[in-house]
Ligand binder design. Structure first.
Ligand code: ADP
Ligand code: ZN
Ligand code: MG
Length: 491
C-alpha cells in the first residue's frame, strides 16, 4: 500500500522531520453550538437545520452553555490555561457547505492556551506542547458520491452546520510519525475519558490535519511545511507522514524547494497529492463576531467544571499498576476505554487475585477478540465472567486447558462464561488414588528428572505436573495435582 521507497537509509538519516497537528473534535452536546437544532449524526440530509445554522438574514446565534463546559473540561484535561475572557471571530471563506459565508471561530483570544500531552519516549516521557484550544462551529458536508447523478452533480447536507467543535493545535514538537501517532492516541483517550466527544473518526467527530516539514539534523530553522488533510485513521496519519517526509527529503536532496501547500492523502495509493496552495490567515479576513458578546469563564465556573474531571487515563494506569500489581501492558489494555476500566475495577476488587483477572483479559480474552475481530465492548464474556473464570482457576478448580476450552465455547456460541461453565462444568479428576497412580507412572517413566528433583532442583516438579496434566487430558484438578506431585517426589 505504501508508495515505493527510493531514499537510501544514509540519506534518510541526515534529516529529521518536524510535525505539528491540528485536531478537530466534535463535542457531544445535545444541540448545536449557537442554535437549538439537534446535534446528531446520521439524520436524513437537511433535517436538523434552522435559520441560525443556515445563516438566514436576521437570525442571531446564542452560545450553548454545555459546549463551553465541554470545551473547558477538555482544555483543563490537556493542562491548558483557560482564558477568563475569550472572543469569537468570523472566519470568512466561500464554500458550498458554508451557507453563512463564514464560520464562527476564535482567533487571537482563544478559550485556552499553553497545554501539553505526554507521549512515551524510550523509557521516559516527552512533552508535546499544545499551542491553543479554541471553540468553533463545523460546516456542512458536500456529498460527491452515492447519487444516480453523482457524475454531474454534488449535493450538500447542512445538518452538520453549527455543530460545536474544539480545535486543538499542537506546537511543532513531534519529530517522528510514531510520536504523532502516540500524541493522537493520548489525545483521543483524554477526549473519551472526559466524555466530551465520541471521537468516531469514520463519522468525522475527530479529524486531524498533519503539518510536516523536514530539515537537516542539527539545523536551527524549520523547513517549509506541507499540510496533509483528509486522513481518517491514526494509522493512515502515520503512513501519510512517512510518505510526506520522504517526498520532501527527495525534493531537498535534488536541490529543489518544498512549497507550502495543502495536500490530500490518498489511502488507496498510499501517497499524498497537492490540493491547493495554503491559505494565509489574512485570506480569511478574521474579525470579531459582532453578534456574540465575549465569552466569560469565571473562576467559579471553571472550578465547578474542574470538579467534574474524571481520573484521566495516565493517572489511572499508574494507580492500577500499583493497586493490582499489573504490568504497564496490562494497564494499557484495561484502560482502553473508561467504561471497560470501570468494569475491570469493580470486578477486580471482588476477585480473589486481580492480577490473574488482568492476565486473563490481556491474554485469553484479547487473543480471541482479535481473532474474531470484536471490540472489547462486544466481548461475549463479560468482566464478571472473566472474574468467575479467574477465581475458579485461582482455587485450582479449573486447569488452564479447561479454561481455554470454555472461553472458546463462549466465543463460538456468543455466550457469557457463567452459563457456559454451568452447563459444561468440566469433569475434573479429584480422585487422589487415580491421580497418584498417574503420578507414579510418570515418575517411573522419567527417572532422570526425578533424580534431579531429589538433588534439590525443586522446579522439576512443574515438569511432572505438566506430564500428568497431559496424560489426564487436562482434567486433573490442578491444586490437588500440585499437592500430590510434591508429596510423591518428596516421599
Ligand atoms: P499556519 O499559519 O500555516 O496555519 P501555524 O503556525 O498556525 O501555521 O501552525 C499550524 C500547525 O503547523 C501547528 O500545529 C504548528 O505546530 C505546525 N507547524 C508550524 N510550522 C511548522 C513547520 N515548519 N513544520 C511542521 N509543522 C509546523
Ligand atoms: Zn440550527
Ligand atoms: Mg494557523
Amino acid at each position: 500500500m505504501a508508495a515505493a521507497v527510493t531514499l537510501s537509509p544514509e540519506i534518510r538519516a541526515k534529516y529529521e522531520a518536524v510535525i505539528g497537528l491540528e485536531v478537530h473534535v466534535q463535542l457531544l452536546t445535545g444541540t448545536k453550538a449557537f442554535c437549538s437544532c439537534a446535534n446528531r449524526f446520521g439524520a436524513p440530509p437537511n433535517t436538523n437545520v434552522c435559520p441560525v445554522c443556515l445563516g438566514l438574514p436576521g437570525a442571531l446565534p446564542v452560545l450553548n452553555r454545555r459546549a463551553v463546559e465541554f470545551a473547558t473540561l477538555a482544555a483543563l484535561a490537556l493542562n491548558c490555561e483557560v482564558r477568563e475572557r475569550s472572543i469569537f471571530a468570523r472566519k470568512n471563506y466561500f464554500y458550498p457547505d458554508l451557507p453563512k459565508g463564514y464560520q464562527i471561530s476564535q482567533y487571537d483570544k482563544p478559550l485556552a492556551e499553553h497545554g501539553r500531552i505526554e507521549v512515551p519516549d524510550g523509557d521516559g516521557k516527552k512533552r508535546i506542547g499544545i499551542t491553543r484550544l479554541h471553540m468553533e462551529e463545523d460546516a456542512g458536508k458536500s456529498m460527491h458520491e452515492g447519487f444516480a447523478d453523482s457524475a454531474t452533480r454534488t449535493y450538500v447536507d447542512l445538518n452538520r452546520c453549527g455543530t460545536p467543535l474544539i480545535e486543538i493545535v499542537s506546537e511543532p514538537d513531534m519529530r517522528t510519525p510514531e510520536e504523532a501517532y502516540e500524541y493522537l492516541t493520548r489525545l483521543k483517550e483524554i477526549m473519551l475519558y472526559t466524555a466530551v466527544s465520541d471521537c468516531n473518526m469514520e463519522e468525522g467527530s475527530l479529524r486531524c490535519d498533519a503539518n510536516v516539514s523536514v530539515r537537516l539534523k542539527g539545523a536551527g530553522r524549520f523547513g517549509t511545511k506541507a499540510e496533509v488533510k483528509n486522513v481518517n485513521s491514526f494509522r493512515f496519519i502515520r503512513a501519510a507522514l512517512e510518505y510526506e517526509i520522504e517526498r520532501q527529503i527527495e525534493i531537498v536532496e535534488s536541490g529543489g524547494r518544498v512549497v507550502q501547500e495543502t495536500r490530500l492523502w490518498n489511502a488507496g495509493e498510499g501517497r499524498t497529492y497537492s490540493m491547493r496552495s495554503k491559505e494565509q490567515a489574512h485570506d480569511y479576513r478574521y474579525f470579531p463576531e459582532p453578534d456574540l458578546p465575549p465569552l466569560i469563564v469565571t473562576e467559579d465556573w471553571k472550578a465547578e467544571i474542574a470538579s467534574r474531571m474524571p481520573e484521566l487515563p495516565e493517572a489511572r494506569r499508574r494507580r492500577m499498576i500499583a493497586e493490582y500489581s499489573i504490568t504497564e501492558q496490562d494497564a494499557r489494555t484495561l484502560t482502553a476505554t473508561r467504561a471497560f476500566a470501570d468494569q475491570f475495577e469493580s470486578a477486580a476488587r471482588a476477585a480473589k487475585n486481580p492480577r490473574r483477572v488482568a492476565n486473563l483479559v490481556q491474554s485469553e480474552l484479547t487473543m480471541r477478540l482479535k481473532a474474531t475481530g470484536l471490540e472489547l465492548e462486544q466481548s461475549p464474556i463479560s468482566m464478571k465472567g472473566v472474574v468467575q473464570a479467574a477465581d475458579l482457576a485461582e482455587e485450582g478448580k479449573l486447569s488452564s486447558k479447561q479454561l481455554k476450552q470454555l472461553f472458546d465455547l463462549c466465543f463460538e456460541r456468543s455466550e457469557d462464561f457463567g452459563p457456559v461453565y454451568e452447563r459444561e462444568k468440566p469433569r475434573q479428576i479429584t480422585d487422589s488414588s487415580l491421580l497418584e497412580k498417574m503420578i507414579d507412572e510418570v515418575i517411573a517413566a522419567n527417572p532422570a528428572q526425578a533424580e534431579q528433583y531429589r538433588k534439590g532442583k525443586k522446579t522439576v516438579a512443574a515438569f511432572f505436573v505438566g506430564q500428568v496434566m497431559k496424560a489426564s487430558k487436562g482434567q486433573a484438578n490442578p491444586a490437588l495435582l500440585n499437592e500430590l506431585v510434591a508429596k510423591k517426589l518428596d516421599g
